[in-house]
Write a protein that binds this ligand. Structure first.
Ligand SMILES: C[S@@+](CC[C@H](N)C(=O)[O-])C[C@H]1O[C@@H](n2cnc3c(N)ncnc32)[C@H](O)[C@@H]1O
Length: 479
């Protein structure tokens, strides 16, 4: 163990004690060891760990855990045997109320780091009433390179796995026996699929050799209608192998309402592909959310936590502050969930999304729900806004803009266009508040003021948190 009084700088391989204080936004546990900061995986605030140094960068030591010397008060028993190994849920051994408090702190810190002229009060994070089995979609991976846990014997059978990756190691897959964040039936469908694949001699994809048939098992559940989709992603069609597999899976799980096969002949580890065929049922599931029926196909985007998505959309509707006669823009509209939720409360919604399939889903969803005051535009928000801002544009300017970009946030040229649109109110839905806060700094500089920040926990046991930030136009620019 390194002597804390020693003046020698810690090096790789040194052993030391680390007192864990909090999490960072990537899910690492952060603590101190003497004058150094330590960063590790698997720690919980309040823990004392014996660690081994992996790397030193100035005053930060990246370390591996060796032994838990003293468990902190926030530490709870892991529910899952794979906790600590699996990258699926890194906060599982931390009490859920402490997870929520940590997310609150992370949001407040991100806003403080963004150096806005005024630091808003952040509302309490809306917690998830049941933080288990909350995911309505889970993408498991088949692999011919099973990850062998340190406690397993050398030479353990490793040619087949169905599960998730260890944190940061995408070339290997943990053979999962359980998963407590996927919807309840999903866990047992996943286990049966793995067992059947082995029994029927179906081989798993090899990430480097690009061989093997089975690539991903994507499971989806519509919570309010109880429909279940299995999407089997394979490297080729192979109906003589896949059809008996699907039939057997269905015999074990009559709760499955549709089975789809997606064929991905490419080398990228993605669960979409060039073609799709339906093996059972209609090829989609339908979910009811806030009174609207959404059709979800294998390739549709849909928020993964149904209960919290309802809460999120209600908050967006409240923050939009609409009375019935507004023009609303829904930027980055996906399959139109927010646009359709708002439609009944406004004059018209113009929704902008670049993925053609998502726009097609959105149009279908609007038609099936009898919604006629939403117009969907397919294209990049950047160019679509240029068209909207053109002098001869027939499109009305927005009273309210909803902005829900991907994790990276807005393209740097989008905030000036939002300023040019001049909506009285912008509701920014951010799944990465660090990036979102930088975008919002530009809106604040251009005359907006943040009036409310409402975080919602859609992803228990992970470091992610969704934030709804309301900005109102004051007209006072900082120039
Ligand atoms: C976080 S999702 C929001 C989806 C939707 N608001 C919902 O809650 O269902 C972000 C969406 O932005 C879309 N997107 C990403 N970049 C885009 C761009 N440059 N222009 C238009 N849409 C984009 C993605 O395809 C995705 O559907």
């Amino acid at each position: 163990m390194t002597d804390p009084q020693s003046t020698r700088k810690p090096r790789k391989g040194d052993e030391l004690e680390g007192q864990i204080e909090h999490f960072d936004r990537k899910g690492h546990a952060i603590g101190t060891s003497g004058v150094y900061s330590v960063r590790m995986r698997g720690g919980v605030p309040g823990d004392l760990w014996k660690l081994v140094v992996k790397k030193r960068r100035r005053h930060v030591l990246d370390a591996h855990r060796l032994e838990l010397l003293e468990a902190g008060p926030a530490r709870v028993e892991a529910r899952c045997q794979h906790a600590g190994d699996c990258g699926g849920c890194s906060f599982q051994t931390c009490d859920y109320t402490v997870q929520v408090a940590e997310k609150q702190r992370m949001v407040e810190e991100a806003l403080a780091a963004a150096e806005w002229p005024e630091l808003p009060i952040v509302d309490p994070v809306v917690p998830c009433a049941d933080p288990w089995n909350y995911r309505n979609k889970m993408e498991f991976t088949f692999s011919s390179r099973r990850w062998i846990a340190p406690h397993e014997p050398q030479g353990a059978e490793s040619a087949f796995a169905l599960g998730l990756h260890p944190p940061g190691l995408f070339s290997k897959v943990i053979q999962l026996a359980e998963c407590h964040i996927v919807f309840a039936a999903g866990e047992s469908i996943m286990r049966t699929a793995g067992k059947l694949a082995l029994e029927q001699g179906l081989d798993a994809w090899h990430i480097f050799e690009h061989t093997g048939l089975l690539r991903h098992l994507v499971l989806r559940h519509a919570v309010n209608t109880d429909e279940v989709m299995v999407n089997l992603v394979t490297s080729r069609e192979a109906p003589e192998l896949i059809e008996p597999f699907a039939k057997a899976l269905l015999e074990h799980h009559p709760e499955i309402t549709t089975i789809v096969q997606t064929i991905n002949t490419g080398v990228a580890m993605v669960a979409h592909g060039e073609s799709e065929r339906t093996l059972h049922g209609p090829g989609y599931i339908e979910e009811l959310l806030l009174g609207i029926r959404f059709r979800i196909s294998a390739r549709s985007f849909f928020q993964v936590n149904t209960v919290q998505a309802e809460r999120l959309f209600e908050i967006v509707r409240e923050e939009a502050g609409v009375r019935g006669d507004e023009v609303v823009y829904d930027l980055y509209s996906g399959a139109g969930s927010i646009a359709l939720v708002l439609a009944a409360s406004v004059k018209v919604v113009l929704a902008f999304e670049q993925v053609p399939e998502a726009v097609a889903d959105a149009i279908g969803n609007a038609e099936r729900n009898g919604v006629s005051n939403v117009n969907f535009f397919e294209g990049d928000v950047l160019t679509e806004l240029d068209a909207t801002l053109a002098e001869d544009s027939p499109l009305p300017r927005p009273d309210v803009c909803i902005v829900d970009p991907p994790r990276a946030g807005l393209h740097p040229d989008v905030p000036p266009k939002l300023l040019a649109l001049g909506a009285k109110r912008i509701v920014y839905v951010s799944c990465n508040i660090h990036n979102g806060a930088k975008d919002m700094a530009k809106l604040i500089e251009g005359g907006y003021r943040v009036t409310r920040v409402r975080p919602v926990d859609l992803f228990p046991h992970t470091p992610h948190v969704e934030c709804v930030v309301t900005l109102e136009l004051t007209g006072e620019t900082s120039e």
